[in-house]
Design a protein. Structure first.
Length: 470
C-alpha cells in the first residue's frame, strides 16, 4: 500500500470546510453559471428529521485514518466492509455518521461524471436539439463505455444525459463537452466546480472518469458531488431513471437503455434496494468499482460513497453499500457525527427541466423520425465485410462468423434491431481494428476491416475510429 502523504494537507482544508459549515454566518449564495450550481450556504440544510445537536466544540474526525465512528450504547457499530474508502452521510443535516479514510485520494472512475453533470447540466435546456458530428466523438478512449450515439443524428439534450447517467457513455460525455466549448475547457470548468464545492481532493484529467495519470478524488469529495446533485431536479431525475428510450422520441432508430447501477434496477444477482434514488456507479481497471448511492426512507435520505472494495466479489460494491445503508437507517436517529458536509442550496431553474417535461411522442408522430433512405439504412444496419477468398465456401464461412459474432454484438447493444451481413470481395488483406461494441463479446475479440472500408451500419463509434463517412 502506498504511503499516505495527503493527511497533513487535509487536516487544514477539511477542518476549515467543516468549521465553516457549522459556524459561518449565513450570507448570499455563491453561484457558478446562470443556475447557481454551486450555491453553498453554511448553516441551512434542507428540512428533514434531524439528529441530536452537536456540541459547540465539535471537532471533525474525517481527516483521521481508518474507520471513524463514535460509539454510543444504543447505536450499533458500522458493518465491516472491504472498501479502501467509504462514507455514510445523513443528508437531512449533513451529518457524517461514519467513514473510513474519507480524504484518501483514489481514482473515481465514472462516479466523476457526477462532477461533469454538476458542471454542464445547468448550461443547456433539456429540450434543445444537437446533431452529433464526427468531431464530437473524436478522442473516445478504446474500451470506454458507449451509449450508442450515431453520427449526423439529432438528439435532444435530455437524450445525451440519459446516455451519461444510464450507460455511462463516453460518447455522450464527449458530445456534451463539445457543446460546452471543448474537452479541455470542460475539464477546467469541472476543476473550478470542485474548488467551489470545497472538493479539495479532486484532480480532474478526464471529463468521463477514464483512467488518466494524476486523476483522483475521495469519498468525501464524491459525497459532496452526490449531495449537490440531488438538490438539482434534473440531476435527481436522470440519476434515478432506470430505463429510457434513446432517442426518447422513438422512431426506427430508438432502442432502450438500462441503468448500469445494479442496486437501482436489480440485475446480475443484485436485488434492488428499497428506496434507492440513484446516484452513479463506476468501474475501471485502475479504480476498481466505485459507487455513490442515495436512498430515502420515512423522510430520511442517506448518502453512501464507497470506493474500491477488495473482497473480490463480483457485486461487492453493491452489497457493501447495501450493508452501510441498512446500518445508516438504523443508526441515524441516535448516532453522533464524526463530521459535517457543507450545505448546498437547492438549484432553481428558469429553463425547461427534464423532470417536468411532457411524455415523449409516440405513435405516428414518433415514427416520422428517421424516414427516407438514410433512416432506413440506420434502422437496418449492415456490416460490410471484405473477404480474402472468392469462392462461395469462403463467403459462407465469413458470413457465418460475422452472423455469430458481429451481428449479435450489435443486437445486444441495440435490442430489437436487425443486422444484415453483406460480403464484398477483397483482393488482399486489409488492416483491422477492434470494434468497441464487440470487444470481449462471448469471450471472443472481434476484428472488423479497417482503413479503406465503407461503414454503412450506422455505428458512430466505427466512423469516429476509422475517420470515414458512411
Amino acid at each position: 500500500m502506498s504511503s499516505v502523504s495527503w493527511a497533513p494537507v487535509r487536516v487544514v482544508t477539511a477542518a476549515t470546510v467543516c468549521a465553516a459549515s457549522l459556524w459561518a454566518v449565513p450570507g448570499p449564495a455563491a453561484a457558478d453559471g446562470p443556475h447557481g450550481i454551486d450555491n453553498l450556504r453554511a448553516g441551512a440544510h434542507a428540512a428533514g428529521p434531524a439528529g441530536p445537536a452537536e456540541p459547540a466544540d465539535f471537532e471533525s474526525r474525517l481527516d483521521r485514518r481508518g474507520v471513524q465512528f463514535l460509539p454510543r450504547p444504543d447505536v450499533p457499530e458500522p458493518p465491516e466492509v472491504s472498501a479502501l474508502s467509504w462514507m455514510v452521510t445523513d443528508l437531512a443535516d449533513g451529518k457524517v455518521l461514519a467513514a473510513k479514510d474519507a480524504h484518501r485520494p483514489l481514482p473515481p472512475a465514472s462516479t466523476l461524471k457526477t462532477l461533469f453533470a454538476l458542471t454542464v447540466l445547468p448550461k443547456f435546456s433539456q429540450g434543445a436539439v444537437h446533431t452529433v458530428s464526427l468531431e464530437d466523438l473524436a478522442g473516445i478512449e478504446s474500451g470506454s463505455s458507449l451509449a450508442g450515439l450515431k453520427e449526423d443524428m439529432p438528439y435532444q439534450v435530455a437524450d445525451l444525459w440519459h446516455g451519461v447517467f444510464l450507460s455511462s457513455g463516453s460518447d455522450a460525455v464527449h458530445t456534451l463537452a463539445s457543446m460546452n466549448g471543448g474537452w479541455r475547457k470542460t475539464i477546467d470548468d469541472m476543476q473550478e466546480t470542485a474548488r467551489r464545492l470545497g472538493a479539495r481532493d479532486t484532480r480532474v484529467e478526464s471529463a468521463d472518469g477514464f483512467d488518466t495519470p494524476g486523476q483522483v478524488s475521495s469519498a468525501y469529495d464524491l459525497s459532496l458531488f452526490g449531495q449537490a446533485g440531488l438538490t438539482d431536479p434534473d440531476f435527481a431525475h436522470f440519476a434515478s431513471t432506470k430505463r429510457a428510450e434513446l432517442p426518447q422520441d422513438g422512431g426506427p432508430d430508438a432502442f432502450t437503455l438500462q441503468n448500469t447501477n445494479r442496486l437501482l434496477v436489480g440485475s446480475r444477482g443484485v436485488r434492488p434496494y428499497d428506496g434507492l434514488i440513484g446516484v452513479k456507479n463506476g468501474y475501471t481497471t485502475h479504480a476498481g468499482n466505485t459507487l455513490i448511492a442515495a436512498a430515502r426512507r420515512d423522510g430520511r435520505t442517506l448518502l453512501v460513497t464507497l470506493m474500491n472494495p477488495r473482497s473480490g466479489g463480483r457485486n461487492a460494491v453493491y452489497e457493501e453499500t447495501r450493508d452501510l445503508l441498512d446500518w445508516g437507517f438504523e443508526a441515524a436517529p441516535r448516532a453522533a457525527a464524526v463530521g459535517v458536509l457543507p450545505t448546498v442550496e437547492p438549484v432553481e431553474r428558469t429553463g425547461e427541466s427534464a423532470a417536468r417535461r411532457p411524455p415523449a411522442a409516440t405513435g405516428a408522430a414518433a415514427q416520422g423520425r428517421g424516414r427516407g433512405a438514410a433512416g432506413r439504412r440506420a434502422a437496418h444496419p449492415e456490416l460490410v465485410v471484405p473477404v480474402r477468398g472468392r469462392s462461395r465456401r469462403d463467403h459462407r464461412r465469413r458470413r457465418a462468423r460475422h452472423r455469430s459474432v458481429a451481428a449479435p454484438a450489435h443486437r445486444a447493444r441495440e435490442p430489437g434491431r436487425r443486422v444484415r451481413v453483406r460480403l464484398r470481395p477483397s483482393p488482399r488483406r486489409r488492416p483491422s481494428y477492434m470494434h468497441p461494441i464487440g470487444q470481449g463479446y462471448g469471450g471472443r475479440r472481434m476484428a472488423l476491416p479497417g482503413e479503406g472500408r465503407r461503414v454503412s451500419h450506422g455505428c458512430a463509434a466505427c466512423r469516429a475510429l476509422l475517420g470515414v463517412a458512411s
